[in-house]
Design a protein around this ligand. Structure first.
Ligand SMILES: [Zn+2]
Length: 342
């Protein structure tokens, strides 16, 4: 069975692994269809000092798959069914898990593809509770983007920032994987969407996705452009994941009482916050990580209904991770990089 493993920092290897045994009670065996790559993979590839993990590590944190076999006691899935895989090994028993707040699990064992073995492999055994059925009308590419790309955005926008129709939102890095998802999700409920991109060739594609205003942040100070667009008022919500390089400008882009929700820090993890601005303008800063399984259900439902669609930048061949990650690191991408396994 083919698998793609990280053998040391910045070095991956296509390997042959033995096929897994029959699934244990409560588990299913999955045949992986599509793996989507994320900044999590870039961090993992670079070798993130604080991640506890053992090499070699099978990569791939986000994927869709087909059920091939059921372990004892699994009765809500059937062989042949397409599923999207929740990417963290959560307990399913703590009060957060039982309340559907899967990403706050008190006993989480780790994230697949980062701390635990990932999904860039032909077959994998996994607890059935990590499988989310895919509705008719959503294909295996859409299902592969539900756990992180769309799920994270659903959770940020609707659970955390409580984004409402007709509000205004600034979405940082609109050409990134989650940027392309966030633009569509915000537009689908009728928001005014302002987004930033790093090159002129991304302006038109961002408008096609639904952005009302697109700012090339390399040419204009985006916070100034946002204030001009909003007639000096600022936006209701800022969608952040860039971090250090955009933080100060994102703070300045909010209207009084505005909310900033962040799920990442691709340009650096530390940034200065003007506390006087925070309290005087009554701003709210909200951290968000991962999603609930219900966010995956909602994302795939929106894909099935045609409200949003997966945006694929490049489909790379199995094993060609270096090209994919270099493309992500260099910020040339518009949308997602995926790898088809079956
Ligand atoms: Zn739990």
């Amino acid at each position: 069975m083919r698998a793609l493993q990280l053998v040391s920092d910045r070095e991956t290897e296509a390997v042959d692994l033995p096929e897994p045994d029959a699934p244990a009670p409560g588990e299913v065996q999955l045949k992986i269809r599509v793996v989507a790559l994320n900044h999590l993979d870039v961090w993992g590839w670079r070798g993130m000092a604080f991640a506890k993990r053992e090499m070699p590590l099978t990569i791939g944190a986000e994927a869709s798959a087909e059920v091939v076999a059921l372990g004892e006691g699994v009765c809500d899935l059937v062989p042949g069914q397409l599923v999207s895989i929740f990417g963290a090994r959560v307990c399913g028993k703590c009060h957060h898990c039982r309340a559907g707040r899967d990403n706050l699990c008190e006993h989480v064992e780790g994230v697949h593809g980062f701390h635990l073995g990932g999904f860039a492999r032909e077959l994998v055994n996994i607890p059935a509770r990590q499988c989310v059925p895919v509705p008719p009308g959503c294909d295996d590419v859409g299902a592969a983007l539900a756990p992180i790309t769309f799920g994270t955005c659903e959770h940020m926008l609707f659970d955390n920032a409580l984004l409402k129709p007709s509000e205004s939102i600034l979405i940082q890095a609109g050409g990134s994987g989650i940027g392309t998802a966030a633009i569509q999700l915000a537009k689908a409920i009728g928001c005014t969407v302002i987004t930033t991109v790093g090159s002129d060739d991304k302006i038109e594609p961002a408008k096609v996705l639904g952005a009302d205003h697109v700012i090339n942040y390399r040419e204009d100070r985006f916070e100034g452009a946002v204030r001009k667009i909003t007639k000096k008022e600022g936006v209701d919500v800022v969608f952040e994941h860039v971090g250090k390089s955009t933080w100060a400008g994102s703070m300045l882009s909010m209207k009084r009482g505005g909310r900033l929700v962040t799920c990442g820090s691709t340009s650096g993890v530390s940034a200065e916050t003007n506390l006087m601005m925070l309290f005087q303008r009554q701003l709210r800063l909200i951290g968000s990580f991962g999603c609930r399984k219900q966010n995956m259900v909602d994302s795939m439902d929106k894909m099935a209904r045609g409200y949003v669609r997966p945006i694929v930048d490049t489909e790379v061949e199995f094993g060609d991770l270096a090209t994919a990650l270099e493309r992500m690191e260099s910020r040339k991408v518009f949308g997602k990089i995926i790898m088809r396994m079956a």
